[in-house]
Design a binder for this molecule. Sequence first.
Ligand SMILES: Cc1cc2nc3c(=O)[nH]c(=O)nc-3n(C[C@H](O)[C@H](O)[C@H](O)COP(=O)(O)OP(=O)(O)OC[C@H]3O[C@@H](n4cnc5c(N)ncnc54)[C@H](O)[C@@H]3O)c2cc1C
Length: 434
Amino acid sequence: MRHFAIVGSGPAGFYTAEALAKAYGDSARIDIIDKLPVPYGLIRFGVAPDHQSIKKVSGRYEKVAESENVRFVGNVAVGDAVSVEELRGLYDAVVMATGAPHDRKLGIPGEELAGVVGSAAFVGWYNGHPDFADLDPPLDAGHAVVIGAGNVALDVARILSKTRVEFEGSDIVGHALERLMGSSIETITILARRGPHQIAMTPKELGELGRLEEAAPDVDAADLPPAETDEALEDRGLAKSVGLLRQFAAEPQEKRKTVVFDFFARPLRIEGDGKAERVVVEETRVEGGKCVGTGKTYDVPSGLVVSCIGYSSPHIPGVPYDHAKGRYENDEGRIDEGFFAVGWARRGPTGTIGTNRPDGYDVASQIEEAMAVGSDGGKAGGEGLDSLLCERDVAATSFTDWRKIEAAEEAAARAGSPREKIVDPAEMLRILGH
Ligand SMILES: Cc1cc2nc3c(=O)[nH]c(=O)nc-3n(C[C@H](O)[C@H](O)[C@H](O)COP(=O)(O)OP(=O)(O)OC[C@H]3O[C@@H](n4cnc5c(N)ncnc54)[C@H](O)[C@@H]3O)c2cc1C
């Protein structure tokens, strides 16, 4: 028998478990360990609450979790409740799939002011992540600034723009919905350091901004490169997105709220009296794909600043860290003998949910090469972990427990919503009688 531990129950963790379960069948036991009592990582806590169809991918992970040879072990923080060293002693292979949950810093003065938050925190707040339940973002100023030129920036701008009716069918948590409905933000400025040809915004997400009930996109035609240069774009998705920006510029809409696309704009500092009041921005130009400051500056008023500029993986003792890249040191997923990384912990925060699948399958095949199906490593595996957790009085949750939490969330859903997420882990454990 072989024993494998996967640390993290997001997409990367589940695809790795799926691949290992298929490869080894009955001759392996696979534990997917998560620090939270509930599974699915960013599928639950990152993907936008009004994009329910994307969250349906969890149906595939459910099947994996219900396989005979796979267990979900929630509420166990690796590096805290149990160490990586201990896991490596108990299992034949340990796969780090912890994602990249920490916001990258802007690295500009004023970042520490109240009202400046990272997207992990802001997105976590409206998606019911327990670490950000108390975020309390200031929504009483008229103007918000979102820094970044990718889909996360679009998610944040859209969530700040929607009406109650537009949130129907979403699972945005009640505490965030009520705060957002009382928000006085009417202008949301998206600051992008470079131009329309350098965005990482996909057409589906960008197109949504043009169809909002009370908010309209505002693009300055002067920021758009000559139309004939779009033909040179190799990425057809990007060409479509630029086409949408052209349409927004050509057909301006008058609505109560505005989402301003401010291109060639680099934040220099955030200013205010004890809290964010404005972002000082430098105009840029793009030279050879790189952003160069022009020295010309202006202010964008902002009581709330959300930076959407990337993430880093958590530091966990026993896991070598690549500080420059903000992820674990690894060579094509291999950290050390019997020790691997997948997903965002391996590659950094790029790609879609599906990008994590080949990662997981690749690491599973590296493991299979090193440990033939049917061989035995003589490790204690899950039984050893259970004894450790019992000694330490750690109340681990199972997939059956998650089912009970899920049922309670569905029962508490407001009309038209699939669930009302339980935010507090202690409340989850109370439901389970732990
Ligand atoms: C705001 C946002 C929106 C997104 N929207 C989309 C979208 O619409 N479509 C799309 O295709 N992609 C989207 N993505 C990207 C997608 O979510 C990622 O590609 C994917 O979740 C990465 O998977 P992962 O398993 O590496 O990490 P994660 O999903 O982050 O999972 C990591 C897991 O590890 C656990 N963990 C962390 N530390 C520990 C520890 N010490 N011990 C135990 N467990 C731990 C975490 O609790 C978590 O469950 C979005 C990302 C973000 C940030």
